[in-house]
Design a protein around this ligand. Structure first.
Ligand code: AMP
Length: 277
């Protein structure tokens, strides 16, 4: 497995003849969910294809400097996971390698990012789109795997690929959960033992809510079950259309019940699909 830190070195690793190149973009601190994304990429690429994992904590998608500073960095174990899951190469650029000091162009999303996480994180999804576009161009990938856990991110990347005609197939990967239902996240490691024990209520609340017959009942059930905790604070809880993330008006179409819940300074997101009725 090759490991490169510069764009020039990466260029030297990209095959010149056509091969599937499948990218898994990450910010590192890899856990079993990331491992599963890499396995899926390996399967998609096939034996002749190339699987590239990028590990880059992208500063321009952080709206809070403290969040960027405290983001976990675990290079050694990240590389061990990439190797174990059959990645062909890892791209680990520095911030200076990725961004010129006087850079002046970004990719801006102006609709889907107004909702959910985007509503309270100005510039976050523009930072995501910009780095993902750069990674697509640098790796010349033909496909890329993204987790459904970050479903707003996935929806926005799909929109970017559609609107800008990127020749990249986007492969969604289902959310991977701990055995108690909590969605795996690098952020879970920052929970105190009490918060960690409490956090599975988020998924339980979404599950219970999704069984309710009406929109009001769904939102009320999830809110009551989450707010029953003294440790959890709801940042948002919304029922939206999956394709454009606008608030849902009736339950006749499939929808997404999504939330962000804060445990102290740790912000966890999760969602569930609801069936039409
Ligand atoms: P991150 O390093 O957190 O930016 O995540 C890198 C990729 O892994 C993104 O496509 C995420 O959606 C995906 N991912 C992270 N956690 C999970 C999870 N629990 N289940 C599925 N995909 C995930």
């Amino acid at each position: 497995m090759w490991i490169v830190e510069t764009k020039a070195a990466l260029r030297g690793k990209i095959p010149t003849a056509f091969h599937p190149i499948v990218l898994v973009p990450t910010m590192g601190a890899l856990h079993p969910a990331h491992a599963s994304l890499i396995r899926m990429a390996r399967k998609e690429a096939g034996p002749r294809g190339v699987v590239i994992v990028s590990i880059f904590v992208n500063p321009i998608q952080f709206d809070r400097p403290q969040d960027l500073k405290s983001y976990p960095r675990t290079r050694k174990s990240d590389l061990a996971i990439c190797l174990a899951e059959g990645a062909d190469g890892v791209f680990l650029p520095t911030v200076n390698e990725m961004y010129e000091e006087d850079r002046s162009i970004i990719i801006s999303e102006s609709s889907l990012s107004e909702h959910l996480c985007g509503a309270t994180r100005p510039g976050h999804f523009d930072g995501v789109c910009t780095v993902v576009a750069k990674l697509f161009l640098l790796t010349r990938c033909t496909a890329a795997v993204f987790g459904e856990k970050d479903f707003q991110q996935l929806a926005i990347i799909l929109r970017m690929v559609r609107d800008l005609d990127f020749p990249v197939e986007i492969i969604p990967h289902p959310t991977i959960r701990e055995s108690d239902g909590l969605a795996m996240s690098s952020r879970n490691a920052r929970l105190t033992p009490e918060q960690r024990a409490d956090a599975p209520r988020i998924w339980q609340a979404l599950l219970e809510a999704s069984r309710q017959p009406g929109i009001e009942g769904m939102l009320r059930t999830a809110r009551v079950m989450i707010e029953d905790s003294t440790l959890a604070t709801i940042e948002y809880l919304e029922l939206v259309y999956g394709h454009d993330l606008r608030p849902l008006r009736n339950l006749s179409t499939p929808a997404i019940l999504a939330c962000a819940v804060k445990y102290g300074s740790v912000r966890l997101i999760d969602h569930i699909r609801t069936l039409p009725r």
